[in-house]
Design a protein around this ligand. Structure first.
Ligand SMILES: [Zn+2]
Length: 230
């Protein structure tokens, strides 16, 4: 196993970039496209130069490649709307554009290629957020969340998060043991309902249908078996 060796950074037509075979990540391509249109391609893709000119395989940035392909040839005719007004799309700049990407090219062996693909996907989801720092960063954006991947609903949740289980317990008390019991719910004819209430009229707790049901089951269990009761 060898580490990856950086060769060069180049602009490459998307046709020359093969997706990583068996990439396990399913990225949110529309969110990435929205970011690219707002922010431009701020990060290079990482592609492996295959031996014997076997082409370029994308190790990291497979969904950026998909998003650029989704944009398609320019001009897309979709300027970016911001709080300050409109500006050209960050991918095509409102001009003729052939789908391509800025790519850092490396060489490595198969094992390292798999490791890079795996860790690049994994590290993006590992880690946690400082919610206060996140809320502060978002607050600088003047309610224009375009290209951030965040929605208004995300920000509302961040500012007023749903109560924690501890807070719910403080307000409503600790959960009862039967809070998670199954609930039976079914429709019956009025005749069947009357029969149910009639057969359970002697239930000690007649205001509780669950008690009536239990009472009915007890009666059924203690009733003589019609097979043997001559
Ligand atoms: Zn465009």
């Amino acid at each position: 196993m060898t580490q990856a060796t950086y060769l060069r950074t180049v602009d490459v037509s998307l046709d020359e970039l093969q997706p990583f075979p068996g990439n396990a990540k399913r990225g949110d391509v529309p969110v990435i496209l929205d970011s690219l249109r707002h922010n431009g391609q701020y990060r290079s893709l990482i592609a492996r130069q295959m031996p014997d000119d076997g082409g370029l395989i994308v190790l990291a940035g497979n969904h950026t490649r998909d998003a650029l392909a989704l944009h398609g040839p320019g001009p897309c005719g979709r300027p970016v709307k911001t709080a300050q007004g409109e500006r050209p799309c960050g991918i095509c700049d409102g001009e003729p554009w052939e789908p391509g990407a800025r790519v850092e090219i490396v060489t490595c062996d198969d094992d390292t290629a798999r490791r890079i693909n795996l860790v690049d996907n994994k590290s993006a989801e590992a880690g946690t957020y400082d919610r206060d720092a996140l809320a502060e960063l978002l607050s600088y954006l003047d309610d224009d969340l375009g290209g951030t991947g965040y929605t208004d609903a995300d920000v509302k949740l961040l500012i007023a998060p749903p109560p924690s289980l501890e807070e719910l317990a403080d307000t409503y008390g600790d959960p009862e043991a039967d809070d998670f019991w199954p609930v039976l719910k079914f429709k019956v004819s009025p005749e069947l309902r009357d029969a149910f209430y009639g057969l359970t009229i002697n239930c000690p707790n007649p205001n509780d249908d669950a008690e009536r049901f239990r009472y009915l089951l007890d009666r059924a269990r203690t009733a003589p078996d019609p097979e043997t009761a001559g």
